[in-house]
Ligand binder design. Structure first.
Ligand code: SAM
Length: 284
């Protein structure tokens, strides 16, 4: 067991600093001061972070911290901490560690007895989840499903009966293929595609997987897919006759239109479709 008091001593510490995911106005004053006061900033991409530092007039020295040489980069950071330095880790956007480098150095620093301090800020997963309209808890953040179909299908099969809301990151050139796999393995669930969060072209596309799939290939920019979790009651619903469900709602005192709306929501089908069939069956 390792217990850490983050602010007991003013000495060497590792700061995990969240940075904007698009909109620079989301850089927090605390992030600016921690980055200014750090002795070194370990960045996923020093060119990208260089632009951020320039914008906020932060003159701190930078070193590179990549995913592909995380072990080696982490050793370098531990050496700096042992020299009494304050080191801030940043990724290109959002939180380090979340689909980004930072795990190895966090563990090593903690094992060596250095405080690991998180400096909060923007994050694509939470923004998408909160704006999606789907249940915000419990949820599972999955990150990227993988670039190969076989990887994605394997991962999705494990999540097929998972009842929590699922959050995936995806690249725009793969979104069509990824949604096809979701449709195939998870079925036509409710979902939300959140695109270009915090930026000028921010968009939330809420619908079913098949609806979003129809327009997916034309979508550009950074995106997050929020997917409804498995609903065991759907299995029962599928076998249920929705006409009976409407009649039951009406018998329970609902108006016709409210009964139709509720039934449409319950079955995940359009109100119009239900209206058409209902009134065709002599319910005028
Ligand atoms: N560390 C970041 C975080 O805390 O959100 C995530 C980094 S991950 C390498 C990059 C992925 O995050 C993108 O491919 C996209 O799925 C998602 N993402 C990042 N910024 C986004 C934005 N502004 N709008 C939508 N998705 C975004």
């Amino acid at each position: 067991m390792i217990r850490q008091k983050s602010f007991e001593k003013d000495g060497a510490a590792l700061y995990l600093v969240a940075t904007p995911i698009g909109n620079l106005e989301e850089m927090t004053p605390r992030a600016v001061s921690v980055l200014k006061e750090a002795d070194v900033i370990a960045a996923e991409d020093t060119r990208n972070t260089g632009k951020l530092l320039k914008h906020f007039e932060i003159g701190t020295k930078m070193i590179a911290y990549h995913l592909f040489n995380e072990e080696e980069s982490a050793e370098g950071i531990i050496k700096l901490l042992k020299e009494g330095k304050k080191v801030a880790v940043v990724s290109d956007a959002g939180y380090p560690l979340l689909s980004d480098p930072g795990q190895t150095v966090t563990n090593k620093a903690s094992e060596c007895g250095f405080p690991v301090v998180v400096v909060n800020g923007p994050n694509a997963c939470l923004s998408a989840l909160v704006g999606s309209g789907l249940p915000a808890q419990p949820f599972t953040f999955y990150g990227f499903l993988g670039s190969k179909k076989s990887e994605r299908v394997k991962a999705l099969k494990k999540l097929e009966k998972h009842e929590e809301t699922l959050v995936f990151y995806e690249a725009p050139h793969r979104i069509g293929k990824m949604l096809e796999d979701c449709l195939e393995v998870l079925g036509d669930r409710r979902m939300c595609l959140a695109r270009e969060l915090t930026k000028i072209h921010e968009e939330f596309i809420r619908g079913t997987v098949s609806e979003v799939l129809e327009i997916a290939d034309g979508l550009k920019g950074e995106m997050v897919v929020v997917m409804e979790g498995y609903r065991p009651e759907e299995e029962t619903l599928k076998s249920e006759d929705w006409m009976t469900v409407i009649e039951n709602y009406i018998a329970a005192g609902e108006s016709k239109s409210s009964a139709i709306r509720k039934t449409a929501e319950r079955f995940g089908i359009s109100k119009n479709e239900i209206y058409k069939e209902y009134f065709n069956k002599d319910h005028e």
